[in-house]
Design a protein around this ligand. Structure first.
Ligand SMILES: [Zn+2]
Ligand SMILES: [Zn+2]
Length: 781
């Protein structure tokens, strides 16, 4: 265990968070020593300020009545920037009252100008509903605001309400999907709303990342274009979790300059943050005989039971719905032996997003009838739970921003609290519990989007041209000239006197799936009920939806019966088998174009356009403990992906000088590639499933040992670009993650990958550390 814990005093001196941690440790076998770091984060006092003079008196009064006696500094700073007509992003912690930053200027404007309108966008319906409820309470209590009539406009809104909303709504609560298909497409029916549009709120904007984010970025550009057509130039107010460089991310999302407010003026109590790495199991081995760790969810059950016995109100975040149920059940089992009265005070929160479920859970946790709950990250957004005694995060939630959203639920005023991260078998988790600065210091991960991806931009240009003919200047501003030319060549768009028009009778809006992937989609259908569960990118379907695949959709588990790529349909049935599956595939990569290229001694780093050919040849079944059950062969067609990759080459001489003999090249490169994929989310808000990799001891295009990490979506999503620009930070973390894993020859916590197409073979852990050290040595000279 490392620094930060040298001041352990006696119980009376300890903060409450420390006391809880000691209680949990008391129940842990000494030999396990799972604690890797403890940090005591001091309390932060509130920084309050005066209400700004520009704000309407009635609005201030309504906010006061709702419980805001004095605003915090960041709220007023952001609100004032917006009121002065500049776009702003407020990037502060959970429960820091970011809503006030937009409520104040918008309600003031709507109160003073009876025609003014505003638009609010949320990534999830639950969040939008909560924000609408809050604004409704403010407006209904105040005469001057009574005419604001905030209203939801989404897929569930009845036709007659929609019509009313188009003609009367002054503050519309919707989502990017509905803005795309329901509003922009039919903008002439929204002329009143658009002409008077003064503000656009983009809430929880860090959720707009990757292909989804790139699509939303283009929808927002289309919104600004349509608003301009009606003579409006709305101010954008964005709210974000704390990420690296929120101003740049917001500017890229909106397509116009945004100022960031990051100095958080909200108070919180002292927090003890503990990082916990479950021990390696002695009895069980996984793939290729590698050791596996005790599961994070299992460990979390025991930790939660200990905390509940102490009377600590505890929320445990797990990665899947099933994990939530198993964790709650595990806790209940333990409590049945220690303190049976507590059994009924533990629940699993099932991610159905039903508002009444969430209210019940919120109320139970607030009044203490419910002492503990295990939940998926469904509770991360739009839930009004704060002030818990302990938060257990079982498995790093993927981004540092999400981790703090979850951790931010802890801490009653004036009292300490405990936040405990339990690492999963994953290189990123391993890295974080051994390198706490990456979690506790300034974030390095940035929200990544790429609105110039031709596969995203092409369909969006058609939508834009359908809404209003596109001018050459507009196309150039979007960086879309080549894309437009290709559309023109295909006869999809045509130049006339007043600009570019969509040719023929097409419906470009319906063809764009804002949240889905790119191009063709595969429909996932429950073969028993006929219920459509969702869609998946056709490109990813062979690896995730092949016959026999265990598929998790919104936390529910299914097994695939049949995949028909021609008809774009996967038939599944509900089943929760004891195993997971991972596809075995053969991947080939060729370089189409070198975009940037740098030589550092014997190492070359480049950002390249690539063609990746993938063929799924079978799959492996693994028990939940990590143990391998069997391998099953499949006969599937090959699939081609055109995307972007970050790559590096090394010379064989450098490898040999680093102590890696020729026969160890493949395993060293492969292990370094796996860990690098696992660590990319540290610098870019992606998931390891969004990216892929190829490593080879001799690549036909480079003639050298080469490692590629590529974006898993057609055209790329910006992740490889981010890896390229942060290559030193990224590869340093990759090396450190491998080096700090205590396994012998490699395990899922360092170099094994759950999505390896090659059955995690060959892998050379020691060689990977040597290789990365050599590469970093060249990069820094
Ligand atoms: Zn390991
Ligand atoms: Zn692999």
């Amino acid at each position: 265990m490392s620094s930060g814990d040298d001041n352990v005093a006696d119980g009376a001196q300890l903060g409450y968070g420390r006391q809880l941690l000691n209680r949990v440790l008391a129940g842990t076998p000494a030999a396990d020593d799972p604690l890797t770091h403890v940090a005591d984060l001091p309390a932060r006092a509130a920084a309050t300020t005066q209400w700004p003079t520009w704000a309407s008196r009635e609005v201030i009064e309504a906010l006061r009545e709702a419980g805001v006696s004095e605003p915090w500094t960041h709220q007023v700073e952001a609100a004032s920037i917006a009121a002065s007509g500049r776009n702003v992003v407020v990037s502060t912690g959970t429960a820091s009252g970011k809503s006030l930053a937009y409520q104040l200027p918008i309600l003031t404007t709507l109160a003073q100008d009876p025609l003014a309108t505003a638009l609010y966008l949320a990534p999830t319906k639950a969040l939008g509903a909560d924000q609408l409820r809050a604004v409704r309470e403010l407006t209904e209590s105040t005469d001057a605001l009574f005419g604001v009539r905030p209203i939801a406009y989404d897929g569930d809104t009845p036709t007659e309400v929609r019509q009313w909303a188009r003609e009367n709504a002054r503050w519309l609560f919707t989502n990017p999907d509905m803005l795309h298909i329901g509003i922009l497409r039919a903008h002439p029916r929204w002329s009143f709303f658009m002409r008077n549009l003064r503000y656009v709120v983009v809430d929880e904007c860090h959720h707009y990342r990757g292909v989804f984010g790139s699509n939303v970025a283009l929808v927002l550009r289309r919104l600004r274009r349509i608003a301009a057509r009606y003579g409006a130039d709305p101010v954008f107010v964005l709210a974000s979790a704390t990420t690296s460089d929120p101003a740049a991310a917001a500017t890229r999302l909106v397509g116009a300059p945004c100022v960031a407010v990051t100095e958080d003026g909200s108070p919180h109590g002292p927090r003890t943050v503990a990082l916990w790495e479950p021990p390696l199991l002695k009895e069980v081995t996984g793939e290729n005989g590698a050791p596996v760790r005790r599961s994070a969810a299992g460990e979390a059950s025991r930790i939660m039971a200990d905390l509940l016995v102490e009377g600590a109100r505890t929320l445990t975040f797990v990665r899947s719905r099933r994990g939530a149920e198993l964790t709650a059940l595990g806790t209940q089992r333990l409590l049945a032996e220690i303190d049976p009265d507590l059994v009924s005070r533990v629940a699993a929160y099932r991610a159905g997003y039903l508002p009444e479920d969430r209210r019940e859970l919120e109320a139970g946790l607030a009044d203490g009838t419910l002492l503990g709950a295990a939940t998926t990250n469904a509770l991360e957004l739009g839930v009004d739970i704060a002030g818990l005694d302990a938060i257990v995060v079982a498995g790093f939630p993927g981004t540092v921003a999400s981790f703090w959203q979850q951790a931010g639920r802890s801490g009653r005023r004036g009292q300490g609290s405990l936040v405990l991260l339990v690492a999963r078998d994953d290189p990123l988790d391993t890295y974080l519990v051994h390198h706490p600065a990456a979690l506790l210091d300034k974030p390095v991960e940035a929200t990544v989007t790429d609105p110039t991806n031709p596969y995203v931009l092409g369909p969006q240009l058609l939508c834009a041209a359908m809404e209003l003919p596109l001018t050459d200047d507009e196309v150039l501003a979007l960086g879309g000239w080549d894309v437009l030319s290709a559309l023109a060549e295909d006869g999809l768009i045509r130049r006339r006197a007043h600009g570019w028009f969509v040719a023929g009778e097409t419906n470009p809006h319906a063809a764009v799936s804002i949240r889905g992937g790119i191009g063709n989609q595969v429909a996932i259908v429950d073969g028993e009920s006929g219920r459509m569960l969702g869609t998946s990118d056709a490109g990813r379907a062979p690896a995730t939806l092949h016959r026999g695949a265990v598929y998790i959709h919104q936390g529910e588990t299914f097994v695939v019966d049949e995949l028909d790529l021609d008809d774009g349909i996967a038939l599944v049935h509900t089943e929760e088998p004891e195993w997971t599956t991972s596809a075995r595939e053969v991947t080939d990569i060729t370089i189409d174009e070198v975009l940037t290229d740098e030589q550092y001694g014997e190492v070359r780093v480049a950002l390249v356009r690539v063609e990746v050919t993938n063929q799924v040849v079978g799959y492996m079944r693994k028990l939940l403990s990590g143990e391998v059950l069997d391998q099953i062969e499949l006969d599937m067609p090959a699939h081609t992906l055109h995307t972007r990759a970050v790559m590096y080459t090394v010379t064989p001489e450098l490898l040999e000088r680093s102590g890696i003999s020729l026969d160890r090249f493949p395993g060293s490169l492969h292990a370094a590639e796996h860990a690098a994929i696992g660590l990319l989310p540290l610098v870019a808000t992606c998931d390891r499933w969004d990216i892929g990799g190829v490593s080879t001891a001799l690549h036909q295009d480079t003639g050298l040992p080469t490692v590629f990490v590529y974006d898993g979506h057609q055209g790329g999503a910006g992740f490889a670009d981010r890896g390229h620009s942060e290559i030193e930070v990224w590869l340093t973390a990759t090396r450190d993650a491998i080096a700090s894993c205590e396994c012998g020859a490699g395990c899922p916590s360092c170099v094994q990958s759950p999505k390896c197409g090659n059955g995690n073979h060959p892998l050379d852990k020691d060689g990977a550390v040597r290789l990365l050290t050599a590469v970093l040595g060249q990069l820094s000279t």
